[in-house]
Structures are given as structure tokens and as C-alpha cells.
Design a protein around this ligand. Sequence first.
Ligand SMILES: NC(=O)c1ccc[n+]([C@@H]2O[C@H](COP(=O)([O-])OP(=O)(O)OC[C@H]3O[C@@H](n4cnc5c(N)ncnc54)[C@H](O)[C@@H]3O)[C@@H](O)[C@H]2O)c1
Ligand SMILES: O=P(O)(O)OC[C@H](O)CO
Length: 345
Amino acid sequence: MSIVSKENRIGIIGSGSWATALAKILTDNGQHIHWWIRNEETIRHMQQRHHNKHYLTSVYFDTSLLSLSSDVNAVVAACDEIVLAVPSAFLTDVLDQLPSSALEGKKVISAIKGLVPGNNQLINEYLEERFQLPPAHYFTITGPCHAEEVANEKLSYLTFSGVHQEAAQAIADKFTGSYLQTIVNTDMIGVQLAAVMKNIYALGAGIAHGLEYGDNFLSVYITNCFREMQAFLEQYEAQKAEQRGSEPMVHNYSASAYLGDLLVTCYSLHSRNRTFGNMIGKGYSVKAAQLELNMIAEGYYASKCMYEMNKQIGAVMPVAQAVYAILWQQVHPSEAFLSLEKGFI
Ligand SMILES: NC(=O)c1ccc[n+]([C@@H]2O[C@H](COP(=O)([O-])OP(=O)(O)OC[C@H]3O[C@@H](n4cnc5c(N)ncnc54)[C@H](O)[C@@H]3O)[C@@H](O)[C@H]2O)c1
Ligand SMILES: O=P(O)(O)OC[C@H](O)CO
């Protein structure tokens, strides 16, 4: 266990499963954290009973390492490094409470796997526009990693990305511990987009399971999703490179943040997206599946964002298109999957 000094003022925004898992990782390393929790009752429970009453309830905290607050301004003001771990759908609601100067001189580490709904921006694009956050002060945490396995201290890997490798490494070092290995790269944009897409594909994997397709189909489905993910990223990079007048960024698709996260989210029974999709495949409405899950499946929002974004990019994405049609255009799941079956290679 690495012991980190109290002078590293780090804050976590959010109190769902992932925020709670990240809080565990940091406090297990002896790190003091400032933690924004939306609900006062959850804060009181955490102070009295030392755990989050709603998420990862088996994780107990040394509360002397926690400064809890429902005031997001106070948490951000108290910290130099801020970890964002709210679902993408609520990000702007939460950060709209901050003045535009709130992130001046601070580093922001996004653990969110989603785009900003409405304008389909990457999280760094939104932070740059809204808070003038410079790219060098932005980092991402991607997977593959489920909060539930962190809670059980099962060996897991997180990927830290930033413009500068050394700065990303310094952030990653705070999280590295006995059950948590870290991987560091400078591929900040590619890993974010891959994380958004794998949620859509995992939701589709759940739909396939709900429709009673088997493991043979699933392996072909995931292979085609992986190809589709690469096709989108290649086309996205080509367009961005043309706009910048520079060479396109090259992604390492076989890295864990790409293939690994796609696999774990499609296969794991912990996956919110797969579970949500399974219910849709079994005939639940979107509303009923949301109520039943009681957690956030990012792929639902992502399918709409990617559909909108791909109007500019123009990649061929039959799987993402089918998931969008099922969730947002009331196309019957079996009909959408029947047309997918024919096109797989
Ligand atoms: N759970 C994981 O294993 C995991 C792993 C990696 C990344 N992530 C990412 O972390 C982010 C958070 O996901 P999660 O799994 O912690 O979600 P979750 O479903 O466990 O929790 C949902 C959170 O949203 C909050 N919430 C609900 N309504 C809200 C509102 N109106 N305003 C603000 N907050 C509201 C809830 O209080 C709760 O804290 C997502 O982008 C997800 O993709 C999750
Ligand atoms: O539970 P899911 O489906 O949101 O996926 C969680 C993580 O992103 C897996 O790395």
C-alpha cells in the first residue's frame, strides 16, 4: 500500500458505484479525499455507519480520511485535483452550480464513460468551453474495471490518459495499490470514444442475450462491434487530422481500454449496460428497464449521442444504429437483430 500525503488535495464528484469504488481505492492508499455527495442523508449515513447506503454497501471507509459535503462549490474550491464520477446525463446539472473560474489552476480527471447529452461533446471539450480548462490539465480514467470487483479487491486494471505521459503517470500513482494496477498513455480522445461505444455494444449484447442468442452469436457480434468501433475512430481521426492539418492519431486497439473494456462490459454480469439490454431484449420498455435497474446504463444516452455525432463522421455502424433504433425509435429488438445477422462477417 502506498501512503500518500495529506497535502495532495483530491476531490471526488459523485456518489454512485464508480465514485464509491474510486474513493475506496484512494483511501486504501491512505489518501485523504474531499467527496461531493448529492444527498445529505447519504452523507449522514456515511458519517454514522461508514459506508454508502445505496452503492457498494459492503465497502467500509475510515471516515477520518473523508471530508464529505453536498456543496459542490466547496469541494471543488478545497481541491487541486477533481475526479468526475457522475453519470454523463447529470454532469452539466452538477457543474452548472460552479462559476466559470472554478477550475482555474486545477486538474480534472474524468472517470465518466459518456458524452455530454444535448451537444454530444467529449467531456474535455465541454470543460474547455465552459471552464477554459486547458487540455494539459485534463485526464481520463478508463477500464476495463467494474466497481463491484474493486469492492471485492479483485485484481483490476485502470487506464490513465493525459496529454503528457508524466503528468498522467503522477495521477495514476495515487491509485496504484495491492489490487489495482495502472496503465498510462497519451491517447485521451481515443479511449474516451472507445468507452462511449463499448457501452452501446454491451447494451446490444444484453439485448442479444434477452432475445436468447447464444455464445456463438455473441462472439461474432463482439467481433463486429470491435471492427465497427475501429471504423468510427479511423474516420473520426481522419476528419480531425484534416481540420488540424496534422497526421491522424494512431490508436492501440488491442490495448485494454479498447478491446478489454468492450469484452468485460459485454460479458460481465456486473455490467449495467448488459443488464439493461437484457431487459429490453426480454420485452421491457425503456422506462420499465430504467426503473428496474435503479442504476445508470450510459449506453442508453450514448446511443443517441453517437447517432447524432456520426451524422458528421459518416462511419458505417450497423450495430450502433440498431441499438439506437431499438431504444429511441421503437424498432422491435428481434427485427433489428434479424437485419444485423445478415451483415456480420
Ligand atoms: N460502475 C462502474 O463499474 C463504472 C466503471 C467505470 C466507469 N463508470 C462510469 O462512471 C460514471 C458513473 O456511473 P456509476 O456506475 O457510478 O453510476 P450508478 O448508476 O452506480 O450511480 C448513479 C449516480 O447518479 C446519481 N444521480 C442520480 N440522479 C442524479 C441527478 N439528477 N443529478 C446528479 N446525480 C444523480 C446517483 O445519486 C448516483 O450517485 C458513468 O459514466 C459510468 O460509465 C462506471
Ligand atoms: O456497468 P457498465 O456496463 O456501465 O460498465 C462499467 C465499466 O465501464 C466497465 O469497465
